[in-house]
Design a protein around this ligand. Sequence first.
Ligand SMILES: N[C@@H](Cc1c[nH]c[nH+]1)C(=O)O
Length: 394
Amino acid sequence: MTLAERWLLPDGVKEVLPPQALQVEAARRRLLDLYDSWGYELVMTPLIENLDSLLVGVGRDLELNTFKVTDQLTGRMLGVRADITQQVARIDANHLTSNGPVRFCYCSTVLHTLPANPLASRNPLQVGAELFGHSGVASDAEIISLMVETLDAMQVNQELSLDLGHVGIYRGLMAEAKLTDNQEAEYFELLQRKDLPEIGRFLRESDLSDEVKAHLTLLPTLHGGREVLAQARSSFTAQDTSIIEALDYLDALADQISQRYPQLDLYFDLSELRGYNYHTGIVFAAYVPRFGQAVAKGGRYDEVGRDFGRARPATGFSADLKTLVELSLLADKSGQKVILAPGFGDSAVQEAVTKLRAQGERVVQLLDDSVVEDAQQFTHQLVQQDGTWVLKSL
Ligand SMILES: N[C@@H](Cc1c[nH]c[nH+]1)C(=O)O
């Protein structure tokens, strides 16, 4: 291995250097304080777990994305967390007996075997919040509000838009269509890509009823403003009760969100099925024009706790904090003073240094007179003037 190769990190694995590392840490503190002020309690989940507990209920999506290792102690397969949401669901199901609403937040690194998109890192810093024990619009509205507040606190909020979907619509259509497993897999895949010509071909070659064909053709086109909900309502007849319920739910949620955040752009996408295997109700994602991917996302996943012995309604959101910091319009701290001070020894110097540090200033003390510090990093120097120590700008 050459020296240059040793410097290389694996593809998609990123490290955070100064000054950004401090910005990420400041953001972490700011967001955890925000969640605390909303009553969300911090949990720190393990980096590694038995593979079975990590993957139950969440399906294939996470299986592929989870790094696996063998436990030297037991020979069992362990998985490195690729998502914290299901770990928090395990905590809610196992350790807590409350039947009422319970709120959790977290901020830790996860590992992905494959990046979520070509530019994404494989070691994002997942920050998020989960609310258990309430099924209904109020808890989804609270979680979406907290996501919006998160983006506000990070100043990743210019021209923010919110994408809303509901997996109940797809599920309702599948219940009606009664496709074979292969047919459903093919349609699902085409729907994800909104590949209308291929969906047309697939339906022409199938023996489905005309009504089902019409519904499956319509679904991928149902995206846009609030009018999409009305269009879906008029196209899916009253016998599709689960679909009508999902549309009612989206309408009620959109009312609450628009009331709280009138400036927020709402966009509806009724074929949005991201994480379909684990989300059971609404799904949502926040977008800003400067970034091609969602900056934060989440949804309702009422079934996950069942595999841990206690099915509880659940809703939550998460984001990659490192991405939020990269997109943040917050001023970084690179404008901060950096003060060069004489080394340890003189008690008057030490007193001045201690005082400056207590005031929040960054003070670097010379190690010894023969060491030459990189002068460029300093904005000020502590110098003696008429017997007192004062700051001189450099
Ligand atoms: N963890 C999910 C988002 C989510 C949080 N809670 C519920 N859903 C994701 O990364 O897509």
